[in-house]
Design a protein around this ligand. Structure first.
Ligand code: PEP
Length: 252
């Protein structure tokens, strides 16, 4: 499976900064493109179109939205629709990011609703799941991941590996490792990814669903994580903001 290297810019970068980052990426890529790797960037909504325009026509580069409201259109002040994201050039969307679960209060049921809505409306979805430190210390890793994945698959009823092929990815992101500088050790990552893989097989049947790791990934630790079994890529926050740092991660 190709490795997918994803950058989540959170609430950083103006259009100009985003465009300059995207140009640096294009300039640094080998002329024949990336081999065995693809890059996906989640800019803030205001910069999606700028990045999509720079990436346009490049087969290994794509763009996604960080958030959306699961409705076609209507009186939802401050929200953005999947159609608007697609219109701006997004092919992917994030759902269930821990900052949305824990700061914005998005519950499993809403996350599931968003995943299904985006898939039904033609966007690819990267579903983020992960346990808090308290949950991990209480030995609840499997329980939490099963609950978060189960919410999506039981709401859908009909999502299987074949219908999801190429349209769905999972990012395992332990909440205690996001933006904290605390990196999960390779044994912890391997253990959690084996759990996610097993759960995906039981929920979706045979699994070709990519499972990415996220949580304080940097150039120094990316190589050790991305080559582990059951790790199909990385979702990178802070260390993706600088194009040189992200490029090192892409080639790790
Ligand atoms: C993220 O935002 O998904 C993330 C993993 O952030 P960071 O790399 O900064 O921990």
């Amino acid at each position: 499976m190709q490795k997918l290297l994803a950058a989540n810019w959170k609430m950083y970068k103006t259009r100009e900064q985003a465009e300059s980052w995207a140009r640096s990426m294009i300039q640094a890529l080998p002329p024949q493109g990336l081999s065995g790797r693809s890059v996906l960037v989640f800019p803030p909504a205001t910069a999606i179109a700028a990045v999509a325009q720079v990436f346009s026509g490049h087969p290994s580069l794509s763009v996604g939205g960080q958030n959306f409201y699961p409705g076609t259109e209507g009186a939802f002040t401050g929200e953005i629709s999947v159609e608007m994201l697609r219109d701006a050039g997004a092919q992917w969307v994030l759902a269930g990011h821990s900052e949305r679960r824990h700061i914005m209060g998005e519950a499993d049921a809403l996350v599931a609703q968003k995943v299904l809505f985006a898939l039904e409306h033609g966007l690819r979805v990267m579903l983020c799941i992960g346990e808090t430190l308290e949950e991990r210390e209480a030995g609840k890793l499997t329980e939490v991941l099963e609950r978060q994945l189960g919410a999506v698959f039981s709401a859908a009823g009909k999502l299987d590996a074949a219908s999801l092929a190429g349209r769905f990815a999972v990012a395992y992101e332990p909440v205690w490792a996001i933006g904290t500088g605390k990196v999960a050790g390779t044994a912890e990552v391997a253990e959690a990814h084996a759990v996610v893989r097993r759960l995906l097989e039981s929920f979706a049947g045979e699994s070709r669903i990519p499972v990415l790791y996220g949580g304080s990934v940097k150039p120094a630790n990316a190589g050790a994580i991305v080559h582990l079994d059951n790790v199909d890529g990385l979702l990178v926050g802070g260390a993706s903001l600088d194009p040189q740092s992200f490029l090192q991660i892409v080639s790790a």
